[in-house]
Design a binder for this molecule. Sequence first.
Ligand SMILES: C=C(O[C@@H]1C=C(C(=O)O)C=C[C@H]1O)C(=O)O
Length: 271
Amino acid sequence: MTDNQCRPLRIGAVSYLNAKPLVYRLAELAPAAELKLDYPSRLADQLAAGELDVALIPSIEITRNPSCKLISDACIASCGPVLSVRLYSRVHPGKIRTLALDVGSRTSATLVRIFLSEKYGVQPELAPLPFGKPVEASECDAILMIGDRAMHVPEEEFEVVWDLGEEWYSWTGLPFVFAAWAARTHVELGELPDILSEARNQGVEHLAEIAAEEAPKLDLSPELAENYLRNNLHFHLGSAERNGLRLFQDLATYLPPGGIDIVQRHYVSTR
Ligand SMILES: C=C(O[C@@H]1C=C(C(=O)O)C=C[C@H]1O)C(=O)O
């Protein structure tokens, strides 16, 4: 018995610019499915709760959730600077005592904690950075921001700014996978894995069009948006990406449990 025998597949995708190449024409390629867009952390919670059948979720959530499995070779990855995942710190990283984490994130929220713990022996007190708030709204020593809002450079001058894709690549020499398609284990997927690859292939062939359409909505130049999609990101989960993902997931197991998960799950679900 599958979870979805008598109804359309419910698919959730990240609402940010970085996911547009993965959903370009997906509605046409999977006309029977219902497609909704949301923040990554919310998608992970909705998939775990059975409110979605398939979702583009933060990569860390794939191992964390035993009822989910990776189903596609389409992903959001970088091999060097990613541009849209940044840590802004008002102090030297070794002196970070309080850290605000973008409530849309799970993967980058974990990655920044790995860097601080592994490289600086620092395990800061965690706080949420709510949706829609700028970095200046937080009084924490450091702030992690992801997605569309992280593509705008804040006015405040910071002691240190990290691009997390760049930090990961210079530390490990591996690509970093931010998000990937996952499904609940008992969902009947049919042709969907192939359709997700095809949607990605079509999206990657139309990056200039996607950038031209999306950039004005985000107050970005089409050139910056296209360069981001074309050169900062890539969308194929190959063996190097799998190695990067495995290393990241292994490192995450050494972090102290709890903390932000409790704060964030409550925060994300109630707003
Ligand atoms: C590159 C990005 O990847 C995103 C980062 C995620 C995370 O940190 O949990 C989840 C989904 C991705 O869309 C970004 O949003 O800037």
